[in-house]
Write a protein that binds this ligand. Sequence first.
Ligand SMILES: [Zn+2]
Ligand SMILES: [Zn+2]
Length: 235
Amino acid sequence: MVICEFTYKHYTETINEYIKSGYSIINVSDYFEGRVPQGKVMILRHDIDYSIMEAVKMASIENSMGIKSTYYVMLHNHYYNILTPMNLHGILKIQQLGHEVSLHFESKSDFDRDVKILNEILGVQTKTYSWHSPTCIPEKIKRNLPSAYDEKLLNEFKYISESCHRWREGCFCNWINKKDRMYVLTHSLWWGNKDLDFKQLLGKTVADMTFGIEEFYEVNLQKINIYLKELYGAV
Ligand SMILES: [Zn+2]
Ligand SMILES: [Zn+2]
């Protein structure tokens, strides 16, 4: 019996079921660049709202399944900094795993500047972008890149998402063979080896934010002690 939960097991068994049912899995720029196969198709997308390292885990799982998707990353995120060595390595790793990395954009930021920065970081041109919190967009501003919320795309494909840790229209496993053209958005933080509650998921974000902090202080303390010893003798 299939249990709908936010586990890697259910994620992979569902994706495998889509593939077995004849769906081709493509990324967002495949759609905009005309690489949409005939027949059943699923566009697969991830918005990275909380943790790049969780996205890397999902990207590795997808790579081992032989599929490619789009990961949208934020430049101005409260929970992660794309330029820390760990996160930068993570983003480049997602690219190396064959996925597309593009901009997850906030309306208050400078779009052209952010695209430029991300292009510089990735070493490739950002092809599309997705809005963070699209319901909060004050106005429909046209940008120079295709949007993941493009009207034509949303008309052609059945769009479903587990935003805020909830599938509003049922888990994506319920949509296999119901619509030939599916567009699925997920958020890697929700998914893991175990089905976690909201508080436990928050713990994963905190763990990422504080990664290495104890070692950092330990090393600095040792350096300060050496410095003080050189200045004043024994301390
Ligand atoms: Zn399910
Ligand atoms: Zn978002």
